[in-house]
Design a protein around this ligand. Sequence first.
Ligand code: TXA
Ligand code: MG
Length: 317
Amino acid sequence: MQDRETQILTASDRDLDRAAQILADGGLVSFPTETVYGLGADARQGRAVAGIFAAKDRPSFNPLIVHVASLDQARRHARLDGDALRLAQTFWPGPLTLVVPLIDGHGLSELVTAGLPTVGLRMPDHPVAQKLLKALDGPIAAPSANPSGRISPTTAQHVLAGLDGRIDAVIDAGPCAVGLESTIVGFDGDTPILLRPGGLPAEAIEAALSRPLARWEDGSAINAPGQLSSHYAPDASVRLNAETPAPGELYLGFGDRDGDLNLSPSGDLVEAAARLFACLHMLDGQGKPIAVAPIPDTGLGRAINDRLKRAAAPRTL
Ligand code: TXA
Ligand code: MG
């Protein structure tokens, strides 16, 4: 996929305003953070977020980290209290992502959170990322700016090597200082859990909390049913590749195959990706089995089908 010209922008105020405008218009901008270069989209726009997965050619939908300019901005989207608040106050801005509960009216695309009731938030410690967030005055979803399966970029040249022609712009502000993704901490009730080691050492977090972090790999509490499963699964049973619904089934359509809901009447995979989790949530609330129309297994369709296969898999809990 080489579908657009990638502008190379500087860290000047004028260029950062331009980058913010591209994001506001639903485009993709790679920007430096202290950890690695991120591939950013406006986290409130589903189609823009779907564009991240398309540009990276990512075959599955993981929840993405949402970058914010301040604690106040974080609180427009999620609840930060207790240890989460303490960690934000101690380590933000910096290479720490906190997975915290969304609040009502959070305004984020469901694709960003992969349909989960939580979101990973971080305030980056890089003047360019900070200025960009302020210029947009909104949250930026950003995984590392590399094609799926390749190493994370720490310079604009790395970004271009992987994504030239697939994104709208990259802001070149030199190499990243940390060079390693952020540390991710989530919470199981009150227990803080290290979900991903990264740029902020776990020891520093444990010192700030005066207690050890649970590790994602160990501990029974962490495997408590549903608590931390990092993927939303509908309660309803899901049947895939359904040409037509059976009696009693709700039908999630695609393209010409219309149904109770349609992922994209025009058969656009980007639109379908943007609407996937919202549609599943809407149908799941109705207490009936769900049948899903066939989705082409190309481009973003692969990520959609991966997600749907997991939704249709027999429940283990
Ligand atoms: O340093 C970084 O963190 C870089 C720079 C660009 O900021 N960003 C980054 O983002 O690595 P990303 O989107 O690739 O990180 C996604 C990971 C997921 O794979 C998952 O491990 C975790 O963040 N995550 C995000 N939201 C989550 C949630 N609601 N529940 C559990 N894990 C979550
Ligand atoms: Mg990555």
